[in-house]
Structure formats: C-alpha cells, structure tokens
Write a protein that binds this ligand. Structure first.
Ligand code: FAD
Length: 386
C-alpha cells in the first residue's frame, strides 16, 4: 500500500491551492454576501482555463484527464477557499462525466469541449422534484415521443447553477407502464430551448454564491438526438453518476472543514484570555486534535473511493462511506471552529461563520446522510454471508 501521491497529483493540488488562495479567497466573502453570480462565473472561466472543469475527461474532448485522486485533491483546495465555486465545479465535472460515459459521439463533441473550455460556464443535473427528493423514482416530469423528438413537461427543484448553466441533464418518465427504475430517460436540454424556463434562485442558508433554482418544462420539444443513453435506462445512469459526484462533495466538505479548523487554530494561538493564548487550554487542544483527526480520516476514505474509481473498480459503497463520514466530520469541525472563536465565530467579520453555513448542505445534497447509510447497508447486507 502506497500513501504517496504522484508528481502530477502533487502538482495539480499545488496549482489548485495557489489559484484558490490567490483568486478565490479574496472574493469568496463578497460572493456570499452579494450572490453576484458574475463573480462566480468569472471564477469558473479561470478554472476552466486551468483544466479544472473536466478533470476526468480525455484531452481529445478538451479535458485534463488527471484522474479521480487529483480531482479530489483539487476539489478540497477549491472547497477550502469558496464552497459556492467548488460545488459548481463538482456538478459541472459530473455533467461532463455523464456525457462522456453515456453520450453519443456527437453529444460528446458538442457539449464536453464547451464545458471544459468555459465557453459553457456550468452544467446542471436535473433530478430532484418537489415530491421526489431522496426517492427520485417518485418523479412526475414526463417526456413523450413525438415524431423525431420528445416533448418534455414537468418541473424540477433545487437545481444547482440553472440560472447561468448552459445545459441541464433532465430526468423524466418515459414509460409509466413498467417499474419506475425501468421507465426513466434523461435528456440534454440547452438553456434557451423554447418551453424550458428557469425560476428564481432560492434564498439559502449557505453556499449563497451558487444559484439553486426551480426549472420547468412546458411542451418543451427536444430532438431524439438529445436523449442521453438508452431510452428507459436513466435511473441506472443517475445512480452511477451520483456515486462519482459523492467523491466531489465529500472532498469539498473536507476542504470547508479544514479551512475552518486552520483558521480557528491560528486564532487560538493569538487569542489571549486569562493571561495566555487560548491554545494553551486543553479543552481547545482537544477540539483541534479531534477535528483534524476526523478530517484526516475523512480524506483517506474519500481518496480510497477516488482510487477505486480511477482503477475502474466498484466504488459505490466506498463513495457513500466517504461522503457520509466527510460531510458529518466537516460539520462537526465547523461547529468546533465556531466554538474556538467564541462570539467572533458567530459574526461575518471572520470567515468561520460562512464556513459553518456553507458546510451544512453537504449532508443533504447528492443524497442525504440517511441515504448514504441506506446505500452502504444495502451493499453490506448483500455482501455479508456470500
Ligand atoms: C443547495 C442545494 C443544491 C441542490 N442541487 C441539486 C442539483 O443540482 N440537482 C438535483 O437534482 N438536486 C439537487 N438538490 C436536491 C438534493 O439532492 C435533495 O434536497 C436531497 O436529495 C434530499 O431530498 P429532499 O430535499 O426532497 O428531502 P427528503 O427526500 O424529503 O428527505 C427529508 C428527510 O427524510 C430522510 N429520508 C428520506 N427517505 C428516507 C429513508 N428511506 N430512510 C431514512 N431517511 C429518509 C432524509 O434523509 C431527510 O432527512 C440540491 C439541494 C440543495 C439544498
């Protein structure tokens, strides 16, 4: 077993870190306060230039193809600096990967190079509906075959980047007569397609620099060429891609947790109470020790999932374990960071208040912690005793 990174992985991590500290840290608080998405799209274009938007995409489609481990390391560095930017990077990489895996050659050549180059600043993943969150099989949006195309009707909620994202992959019911997992199809829909509308951005607790919108389809006609993968096979596509997405979100959460604890640790060394730095108090040291230990364990779990994915081995359970543990550990770390800063942890003068808000959603999106536990338990129950 080898815990060392390759020279390329170290280089990618350093590049992402240098970029994040120089370009993202100075604008992250303003992006959070103002939700001025032009700041975000500016970040994304620069990141595309560095190859960060298609990290598992072959060069022939404009990607940097550095592998899942390097992707995870880069995501943690971007997440440390600006969670809103990091989640957009995560979803866009996922959209690129789903098109790479299931798209036709024409779809790959049409969309992937644009998403990788920044010509298209973001891609969107349109699965969730108001009555179908953890259970996407309850979705109601439909696509009906009509001549040489399909007509889509229905709506989706909580769609990251819909406001400025150039394409959305939308999941729909195409066969109501069969079990739902055999009756869903996915389509690539471009923003601006008649009948496709983007609603207002949600007011969120955190990650306020990333838009989260409702989207709707009203007799939205798309060509059969926009079908992604085989008709009625899209539930499998969603489940496969979400596993990869969980590596991204777990890595992002580790980044937020580390940023919070690194800030809090430096603060503890400076902050004097009872005549000495609070870092001298054992209670504070234990919070530091526990948090960094948990974040380290979280990163190892995530990197194991990334390693398996990179090797083409099964990684679904491991990705869920990584996401579950990383997001919960990162939330605990951010909570402790607030505690270490005392009242200063609660005001926006210091970034820990933002980290605390930003980290919370990582336990919800791309599958809640409860859903990760279901995935893990289901796999183990199948494995044990065989
Ligand atoms: C900021 C943000 C961005 C998002 N971005 C996207 C996006 O880009 N694309 C997209 O498609 N979706 C997106 N989502 C949606 C997100 O994936 C869902 O919110 C999430 O899957 C949970 O669904 P829900 O909110 O409907 O909660 P519910 O499914 O209603 O769950 C409510 C509670 O019940 C629990 N629960 C549900 N079922 C079970 C069960 N079987 N066993 C135990 N507990 C259970 C859940 O864990 C949760 O605690 C986003 C959400 C947010 C908040």
């Amino acid at each position: 077993m080898d815990f060392s990174f390759t020279e390329e992985q170290k280089m990618i991590r350093k590049m992402a870190k240098d970029f994040a500290q120089k370009e993202l840290v100075p604008v992250a608080a303003r992006l959070d306060e103002t939700s001025d998405y032009s700041i975000l799209t500016n970040n994304l274009k620069k990141m595309a230039g560095l190859g960060l938007m298609g990290m598992n995409i072959p060069e022939e489609y404009g990607g940097s193809q550095v592998g899942s481990i390097a992707y995870s390391l880069a995501m943690t560095e971007i997440g440390k600096a600006c969670a809103s930017t990091a989640v957009t990077m995560s979803v866009t990489n996922m959209v690129n990967e789903v098109i790479l895996e299931f798209g036709t050659e024409e779809q790959k050549r049409t969309y992937i190079p644009r998403l990788c180059s920044g010509e298209y600043v973001a891609g969107c993943f349109g699965l969730t509906e108001s009555s179908a969150g953890s259970d996407p099989l309850g979705m109601k949006a439909t696509a009906v075959r009509d001549g040489d195309g399909y007509v889509i009707n229905g709506s989706k909620i909580f769609i990251t980047s819909a406001e400025y994202g150039n394409i959305v992959i939308v999941w729909t019911v195409t066969n109501k007569e069969v079990k739902r997992d055999k009756g869903l199809s996915a389509f690539i829909v471009e923003r601006g397609t008649p009948g496709y509308a983007v609603g207002k951005s949600e007011h969120k607790m955190g990650q306020k620099g990333s838009a989260t919108n409702e989207i709707s389809f009203t007799d939205c006609r798309v060509s059969a060429k926009n079908l992604l993968g085989k008709e009625n096979d899209a539930y499998r596509i969603a489940m496969m891609e979400l596993a990869g997405g969980r590596i991204g979100i777990g890595s992002l959460a580790v980044g937020i947790g580390l940023a919070a604890m690194e800030f809090a640790t430096a603060y503890a060394k400076e902050r004097v109470q009872f005549g000495e730095p609070i870092a001298n108090f054992e209670a504070i040291q234990w919070m530091i020790a526990d948090s960094f230990t948990e974040l380290d364990a979280a990163q190892l779990l995530i990197l194991r999932a990334a390693y398996l994915k990179e090797k083409g081995m099964p990684f679904r359970k491991e990705a869920s374990m990584g996401k579950l543990y990383a997001t919960e550990a990162a939330c605990r770390a951010c909570d402790k960071a607030v505690q270490i800063l005392g009242g200063y942890g609660y005001v926006s003068e210091y970034p820990v208040e933002r980290f605390y808000r930003d980290v919370r959603v990582t336990r919800l999106y791309e599958g809640t912690s409860e859903i990760q536990r279901l995935v893990i338990a289901k796999t183990i129950l199948n494995e044990v005793g065989k």
